[in-house]
Design a protein around this ligand. Structure first.
Ligand code: EPU
Length: 302
């Protein structure tokens, strides 16, 4: 479709929206890896009602919508056609007894802090996981100490036609770094935690953060773990054993600190990151016969 026609359709679809709308917005500004070409439109709805306006407008105009978490994600250099929705203004959370009800745009570590304040145990593992609650649910984010599926009770989602859904945990088919949700945008979730001694919760969170700081390259832009761990092993360990740490394509580098991270040394393109991923994968396949599965999601156009 012609560029001008696309711009007109987007403007019409988004005319009622109250939140922030940016056209041709580079995704490199909004992903933790700092790569990615422009989204046709990046929209930050002002609240849940405004999100509905975005979805209904897009649906009427037949424009695709992509909900952005932004962490475990590589956006290609050609960017994303359609509307990218960022939920950074949907961050409310409230506690009632052993439950937390939260909006999907809340940063996962902020949610972990809410649990700590309320003396609720179960989210200690989340203390240092970047990204939003919504993103964490899609990815079933976790560590060796737990994952979101362990504490999730239900998810609220608006589908692309604007219809509300409440999905119970068991309908989401959680697996290792994976879930099966209806198509749409997660707007919130209810978590079931357990009362626990606050000091113990704090200590576990600190230990988890400390492990990350020591073992992961948090000082450089990255997309979290690139690969899923193969059964019974660690992708980072395999990469290290094969001498692949420090390998570079352009400004993308296999981290010297953790072999399952690729870091952006400054100005890397998505094409460089993806070429490096292909090289690592091919080498592990050739040397060990293991086909590493991508954990990070790759989206957009070349
Ligand atoms: N190891 C190496 N070399 C490396 C990296 C790791 O030898 O370069 C060894 C470690 O010494 C350790 C083992 O591999 O014996 C496991 O390492 P680590 O504790 O770092 O955990 P991981 O299995 O590599 C997983 C998650 C991380 C999460 C950490 C911390 C996956 C793919 N990764 O990594 O999650 O932060 O545990 O619990 O499940 C992510 O999902 O994006 C992510 C980073």
């Amino acid at each position: 479709m012609e560029r001008e026609e696309t711009a007109e359709r987007l403007k019409t679809a988004l005319s009622e929206v109250r939140g922030e709308v940016r056209f041709d917005e580079p995704m490199s500004r909004h992903t933790s890896m700092r790569v990615g070409g422009p989204a046709d439109a990046l929209v930050t709805p002002s609240d849940a009602e405004d999100l509905r306006r975005v979805l209904e407008g897009a649906h009427r105009s037949g424009i695709p919508v992509f909900p952005l978490g932004g962490s475990n994600l590589i956006v290609k250099d050609g960017g994303i056609r359609g509307i990218v929705v960022r939920l950074s203004r949907l961050q409310r959370a409230s506690c009632e007894g052993e439950r937390i009800e939260a909006e999907a745009g809340i940063p996962f570590p902020t949610l972990a802090q809410c649990a700590l304040q309320a003396g609720l145990s179960g989210l200690e593992f989340a203390a240092g996981i970047p990204g939003t609650l919504g993103g964490a649910i899609v990815m079933n984010a976790g560590t060796h100490d737990g994952e979101i599926a362990d504490v999730l009770e239900s998810v609220r989602l608006v589908d692309f036609a604007g219809k509300d859904h409440v999905c119970g945990r068991d309908s989401l088919q959680f697996a290792y770094r994976r879930s099966q949700l209806p198509e749409g945008v997660i707007v919130g979730a209810r978590l079931a935690l357990k009362k626990g001694p606050q000091e113990q919760i704090r200590r576990k969170m600190e230990a988890s953060l400390e492990h990350r700081r020591k073992t992961q390259p948090l000082h450089l832009p990255n997309a979290g773990c690139v690969f899923k761990n193969p059964p019974g092993d660690s992708a980072g360990r395999l990469v290290e054993e094969l001498g692949l740490k420090g390998r570079r394509v352009g400004s993308a580098e296999v981290s010297e600190r953790h072999g399952n991270f690729i870091v952006n040394l400054g100005g890397a393109s998505a094409a460089e990151v993806l070429a490096l991923i292909r090289q690592v994968r091919a080498r592990v396949q050739q040397a060990r016969g293991i086909d590493l599965e991508l954990e990070a999601k790759v989206v957009g156009e070349d």
